[in-house]
Design a protein around this ligand. Sequence first.
Ligand SMILES: Nc1ncnc2c1ncn2[C@@H]1O[C@H](COP(=O)(O)OP(=O)(O)O)[C@@H](O)[C@H]1O
Ligand SMILES: [Mg+2]
Length: 359
Amino acid sequence: MPAHSCAFALVILNDEPCIQTMTDTRLPRVTLDGPDRAGPSTDSASSSVPAVRTQALRKVYKGTGGKTVEALKGLDLEIPRGSFFGLLGPNGAGKSTFINILAGLVNRTSGSAEICGHDTLQEMRQARLSIGVVPQELVLDPFFTAREALDVQAGYYGVPVRERRTKEILEAVGLADQADAYARTLSGGMRRRLMVAKSLVHNPPVVVLDEPTAGVDVELRQQLWAYVRKLNAAGTTVVLTTHYLEEAEELCDRIAIIHKGDLVACDDTPVLLSRLDSKELVIVPEVALDAVPAGLQGWDCELQGPRRLIVRYRRRQTEISDILDAVRAAGISILDITTHQSDLEDLFLHLIRSQPGAS
Ligand SMILES: Nc1ncnc2c1ncn2[C@@H]1O[C@H](COP(=O)(O)OP(=O)(O)O)[C@@H](O)[C@H]1O
Ligand SMILES: [Mg+2]
């Protein structure tokens, strides 16, 4: 370890400060012969055990002045082994709380949380070995170089020097040229990638990335995803939280949506997307209308004003050109046209409104 490194890390996340010493949390040796074999050899590595399972998982934060925040309201969630899983939700939904509980950085209030069958509290070491977490906040020691940061992390997990994949990981995240650069000199995007690299040193079967593309430019984002995809193809379960639906749509085979600490949807991506497949075409006709023309009765149309005709359609089923043909055939000359695609926000609103007892 470099002379300027310290023997402990002070982690203060949320309301749970915890001092972790390198010695008292030193974890068992990890084997590196494949994602599903990382961590201790227990029967829980069998593929029938989900990568993550939470039951009635609840977290209540105690704020100042006796105020409490119920960040998770009894979450039942299963993340299948080998999946690329998206955890979506607006700000404050409870995504980071969920992930930090899995990472052992936040104490749950009640319920259970298991990683590859290991309870995050009762089998803390096995659980921690089974997961690599890239937290939302950038937490890096500015006085370590990228290489040192990975070495320290590998040491923390008890990975023997000869089994360390420092070079391979740095190359994979596009930081090979920065191996000897101090973290403080790296750009935001590079720091983010160094965080990703750190999460991989112990070859965990489950990798969780909490909003990893915030502040990462497009090219590097693609590079990051290419690597994460490769990890997933090799059997690693990847859990991603993001604001960007397109990102989730492109990458994830299954998506859960949480809102105010509740699970509002969890489905295979195509099923979920079919729910937000609706698009709107806003047509401004040259001549004011007083009713939806008869020729358009078969379409989902609404006249929102004499010069504002809305046609709603499913983008996977309908070609815009078909709508335009129908509009012209109905005798309408189009002055202007815009489209509005339902986005995550709309899906949230839709799902939340359709919740029983939703306010
Ligand atoms: N340490 C904390 N103390 C009090 N409230 C917190 C703390 N951390 C998070 N919260 C609250 O818990 C809720 C969920 O937050 P978070 O898990 O960060 O959501 P997300 O990651 O989805 O944006 C929010 O209302 C947030 O303000
Ligand atoms: Mg968050």
